[in-house]
Design a protein around this ligand. Sequence first.
Ligand SMILES: [Zn+2]
Length: 352
Amino acid sequence: MRRRLIALLTLPVLGTLLLPAASAAVKTGATCPKLNQSLITAGYKFTCIKSGKKLVWSNGVKVTLQSLTDLHQVAARFSDISSLAFRASLGTLRTAGIDNSKIALFLGPHSQDTAPSDFLAVRNVQKLFFGSNLPSNIDLFYYSSSDHDWAINKMMELIPRPEYMNSDDGPKTATDGTAIVALKYTGVPSQYVTSGALEAHEFFHTVQQRQFSNSQFKVWTMPRWWIEGGGRFVENLQLDNYDEKKYLLISKNNELTQYNAQYFSDFLDATTVPANGDAWTNSYNYSTAVVYGVGAKIQEMLVAFKGPSSLVGLMGEVATSGDFLTSFNKLYGITWSEFVPLAAQSIYRSTR
Ligand SMILES: [Zn+2]
């Protein structure tokens, strides 16, 4: 209760002090007001320098950020969350052990091998969640629309009785630990396909499914924004091959700028454990940009606080308890209802 009071008292002050600075387009090459003025935003320090006759912001220099020690800080620390989540992920990636699970590649007869780095994106996700309960056999299916039937037949041959199969072209998981990652593409493969971002996203879904293998509860006990937000989060990391500056640009998520904090708060209420209706059904009243984008922002906060493995850890908890709210409180030390308005503020500010 005391923490909450402090948060309420500090927010308006921070709002007026930080918001104009953060929203004043502090980026390399943009005009700045005063020579030698410096400013730290999202983990980078920018200095106002002279370039010809103009004053412009310098290249950002990476600075050390204080860690996030309590989720009550997410609103006040809005500008650090993405950097903290990125750095926690990269740190984990660099120190994780090697997962030797088998990865096999299946290429449609009329399709092209769209991911030159093949297994790299999957290996990266395995490292992010190293030590967690991960699939032991992974079959990657690359196919264009014309090979759809081939892919479905072949996939069902490999897993005749999938425990999870959310759609024909979706990821599938069997109780024995086999995961099928369907990587269907249409037209000319985009960066999303060629970078391995699609692999990261879809493979992570099989990791999510795996946490609910043999549980009395199903993976959709988790909110849809959690599932898709997790996919979006690992996808964003992979998209530019774990480049922090590029990650920060994507994770800012311009599609969310049109909404206010109340909107995010209402969305989270309606699609988590709602008073009315069903959480998954309610989520379809919102755009994909909101479901995936807000979901990814929340995942960032949790990763910034407790590292990537906690995302899988929470699903393990829910697979046992069947109750998202109780498990969230237990793992993150804040009640969901206390967290929502702070998270909504954080998302609102970080997207201005
Ligand atoms: Zn997805």
